[in-house]
Write a protein that binds this ligand. Structure first.
Ligand code: AMP
Ligand code: MN
Ligand code: MN
Ligand code: MN
Length: 276
């Protein structure tokens, strides 16, 4: 009934917000959140329909941040999409993405992979470039057999043409979300490339910035992971979030609404919003 982690064409998903709403209604989802990477355009577009439909759409975002050279994602919910500071920062991040893409293309050239900005623009469906679009361009031009291969060999962390994003720290992302009136969550903790000790340190640090919770229910989390992250949430006095991380055809392993998210997750979020 609940899916709080969904990407649209405004970042690197393959369905528009309107299509996501149609699909959610068909599946009987009651509460969803559009959480595009570094952009609010999907929410603004969804809101045009949301009020008429029997579905609750929480305004969301997923920030890609850098922590000691590794990628950490921070989810924000109930943010004010008109917040000025948030919008200015997002504009800067969008520009950083363009510069990063140019650096990646330059590195790819070193491996005789000739992809141009035009090739990538053909893949971009919103106003923001993601590595997903670079992977699609590489795949379509026959340089790799799959998008996954593009990440593994070239553009993913540790790949030959990987370029680190260095633009925003997880702490800053949490603070921006809080200043925009929202709730901040550490996304898919299982996929943070650090050990338990460092992740706990990170959580402790982010709590000082106002972190509200962690994403416990997630498509890549097995039962034992869910139990583990539930305990971590309790240990640190945090609440939980959850969702599928649906990307449509850009991530075929998971369907919209496929991850079980208990009602309690939403209730606790509302409680926390009301107690602010
Ligand atoms: P970016 O936001 O430009 O850094 O691109 C990150 C996006 O690429 C993520 O949100 C995922 O959707 C996708 N991605 C990252 N790593 C992989 C991978 N190994 N295989 C497939 N997609 C990936
Ligand atoms: Mn993505
Ligand atoms: Mn993520
Ligand atoms: Mn995501």
């Amino acid at each position: 009934m609940i899916d709080l982690h969904i990407h649209t064409t405004f970042s690197d998903g393959t369905y528009t917000p309107s299509e996501i709403i149609d699909m959610s209604l068909k599946k009987g989802l009651k509460i969803i959140s559009i959480t595009d990477h570094d952009t609010l355009e999907g929410i603004i577009s969804a809101n045009e329909r949301a009020e008429k439909e029997r579905i609750k759409i929480i305004p969301g975002i997923e920030f890609s941040t850098d922590y000691d050279g590794k990628e950490i994602h921070i989810l924000g919910y109930f943010i004010d999409v008109k917040n000025e500071k948030l919008n200015i920062r997002l504009k800067e991040l969008k520009k950083d993405r363009e510069e990063r893409t140019l650096k990646i293309l330059e590195k790819l050239k070193g491996y005789r992979i000739n992809i141009t900005m035009d090739d990538i623009q053909k893949e971009v469906t919103g106003n923001l470039i993601s590595r997903t679009h670079i992977a699609s361009a590489m795949y379509k031009k026959g340089y790799v057999f799959s998008r996954k291969e593009a990440f593994l060999r070239y553009i993913g962390a540790g790949g030959a043409a990987y370029v680190q994003k260095e633009n925003i720290s997880p702490g800053e992302a949490v603070r921006i979300i809080k200043e925009s009136g929202g709730l901040a969550f550490l996304a898919h903790p299982k996929f943070i490339p650090y050990g338990e000790k460092k992740i706990k340190e990170l959580i402790q640090e982010l709590k000082k910035d106002g972190l509200d919770g962690i994403e416990v229910y997630y498509y890549g989390h097995e039962k034992k992971d869910i139990e583990y992250y539930k305990r971590i949430a309790e240990e640190f006095g945090l609440i939980m979030s959850g969702g599928s991380d649906f990307h449509g055809g850009n991530r075929e392993e998971v369907e919209l609404g496929e991850v079980f998210v208990p009602d309690e997750v939403y209730e606790k979020m509302i409680e926390r919003m009301e107690s602010k």
